[in-house]
Design a protein around this ligand. Structure first.
Ligand code: SF4
Length: 250
């Protein structure tokens, strides 16, 4: 059966504030729902959204709403209108959440159409490897998390992260770990070694958790130590905070 509607939280244009494509202008499609419940999550408020909010004009914050599930043709047409009205402004489309791969059926229908507009960037918690395998050939970049128990408050499913890494490495990708002052050295070493087992050159991004008042929940000295630990097995280890929150963007 053809799936032509998606449960979305918001569609907007902004600057990518994390990871490999930090600073780039992207169209963000935020899907509802997640298979995890990280303590630091800032998107749970969307979990039961009955409506999706969509920007009328990209980056202007002039939102209108549509009831969920939203017809994907409506969103595709909206983005196409942005690209013809503001040519050359956007780098890519970010599929984000929540966890976008929970929406595999609609993604199967949608990714080809979206890729006809702009390159596709998937932001994912890096666990649903089977779903990723179904669409990975259509993706241009993947930013996957390895969820550390110290920052999520949950057990880490290392086996599923390992499987995901193997599938994701078919495309350009980066690994992200969120850290705070509770992060243990063994967590970083294990995540780095698992990444290096696929390739030493995969960018490995250490992202300090940011508090409500934009303060980092880990000291700079500890961050430097974690960077040194990961660099024992990987060639490209970076420390990058969530910059969009510092400049007041979505
Ligand atoms: S994986 Fe991401 S969206 Fe899901 S609960 Fe954790 S931080 Fe939130």
């Amino acid at each position: 059966m053809k799936i032509d509607r998606a449960n979305l939280a918001e569609v907007f244009s902004s600057i990518q504030g994390e990871g490999l494509h930090i600073g780039r202008r992207q169209v963000f499609i935020r899907f509802i729902g997640c298979n995890l419940a990280c303590e630091y999550c800032d998107t749970h408020l969307f979990d039961r959204a009955e409506e999706c909010r969509l920007e009328t004009n990209p980056g202007r914050g002039d939102f209108f709403t549509l009831a969920n599930p939203v017809p994907i043709s409506r969103v595709t047409d909206l983005i196409a209108g942005w690209l013809s009205g503001w040519p050359g402004v956007h780098h890519s489309i970010s599929l984000t959440g929540g966890e976008p791969l929970l929406h595999l059926e609609v993604l199967r229908e949608w990714v080809v159409k979206l890729k006809g507009l702009l390159p596709l960037h998937l932001e994912t918690n890096g666990l649903l490897y089977s779903a990723l395998g179904s669409i990975v050939r259509h993706l241009d970049y993947i930013s996957m998390d390895i969820k550390l128990p110290s920052s999520t408050g949950e057990e880490t499913n290392w086996d599923h992260h390992r499987e995901f890494l193997a599938v994701a490495s078919a495309t350009e990708m980066a690994v992200k770990v969120v850290v705070n002052s509770a992060t243990q050295h063994w967590e970083i070493i294990r995540a780095a070694e698992m990444t290096a087992a696929i390739s030493r050159s995969i960018p490995f991004i250490i992202q300090p958790e940011t508090g409500q008042e934009l303060s980092l929940k880990i000291g700079t000295g500890e961050l430097i130590e974690l960077q040194e630990l990961a660099s024992g097995t990987l060639d490209d280890v970076r420390i990058i905070p969530q910059t969009h929150r510092f400049i007041g963007l979505l």
